[in-house]
Ligand binder design. Structure first.
Ligand SMILES: [Zn+2]
Length: 289
């Protein structure tokens, strides 16, 4: 992928330091839980030394990472944040053009929240293990950068475009909200619970297709080439439910799919990529899928 590091996007909310903690970030103690503070207090009494000063800035820079249990942002994460920023801005600028042109609606920017381990969103509390997600209630995408490592190591989808694909898919869910599709599906699921799962699959496949629509525009602008596209298709396949399920349980049961099979995901990503049109992404049409 052709991209140049250009700082952190205005739409990125970096909450990597306050997730999973006790909400001390406003008081300059971002890395300590209540238990940790009590422990420091007790140790200070035992050693007759104020250990707080040691850990809160009196210590050298070098000993801080050990204290913060690996929470200090590494250099590679810095590059990753810039990459996420580049992709996020590119995806949103693309939709800013496409949405009014193709659907007569204005695009409204979503935010992307970076977190670590766990986070509170308007959609509830989430763990990193659930993977990246979009919350329609606060219009934010939630991402733990650790997922990209997982994508490479566990799902066999390395490469920048695989990561870009994940962000484009989540913004695809935001586009669904702006188009009123998400709300409609929500109501349909409530009135017809037995259809809830197939409806979720169609929603997911459409987000893949929307990721493809963005990829189409990047292809035209020569940001991506054929090898990136192949990496994207591999990523789509890698995070298909059949593959995830097989890895987790050793077998596949289609009735519990919520994202769609690897083949379906690849197919819909390709449909968006080939056409560059929202209209090519009607995964809800009779006979689609
Ligand atoms: Zn999704």
């Amino acid at each position: 992928m052709e991209w140049t590091p250009g700082g952190v996007s205005n739409d990125v909310e970096d909450r990597r330091d306050d997730s999973g903690g006790g909400g001390f970030s406003g008081f300059g103690l971002p890395h300590f839980s209540i238990g940790g503070i009590l422990l420091l207090g007790i140790l200070s009494l035992i050693f007759h030394r104020n250990l707080f000063t040691l850990f809160m800035g009196g210590g050298s820079v070098a000993d801080r990472p050990a204290v913060t249990s690996g929470r200090a942002p590494s250099a590679s994460e810095g590059t990753q944040v810039q990459f996420v920023s580049f992709v996020l801005d590119d995806v949103q600028a693309t939709w800013q053009n496409l949405l009014p042109a193709q659907s007569n609606r204005q695009y409204r920017h979503a935010k992307l929240v970076l977190f670590r381990d766990s986070i509170d969103s308007a959609c509830g509390h989430a763990q990193s293990a659930t993977g990246p997600f979009y919350c329609p209630d606060d219009e934010k995408v939630y991402l733990d950068l650790g997922f990209f490592r997982q994508l490479k190591d566990q799902f066999g989808a390395p490469g920048e475009f695989a990561q870009a694909y994940v962000i484009a898919h989540e913004i695809g869910h935001h586009v669904q909200k702006l188009l009123g599709i998400e709300g409609k599906v929500q109501r349909m699921r409530q009135s017809n619970p037995s259809e809830a799962n197939p409806l979720s699959v169609r929603l997911e496949l459409q987000a893949d297709c929307f990721a493809g629509v963005w990829a189409n525009s990047t292809e035209q602008r020569k940001i991506i080439d054929q090898s990136d596209v192949e990496a994207g298709l591999r990523a789509a396949a890698a995070v298909g439910d059949d593959r995830l399920q097989k890895m987790a349980t050793g077998h596949v049961s289609p009735e519990t799919f919520t994202h769609g099979s690897s083949r379906q995901r690849t197919q819909w990503f390709q449909a968006g990529l080939n056409s560059g049109q929202i209209s090519a992404c009607n995964t809800f049409a009779a006979g689609a899928r």
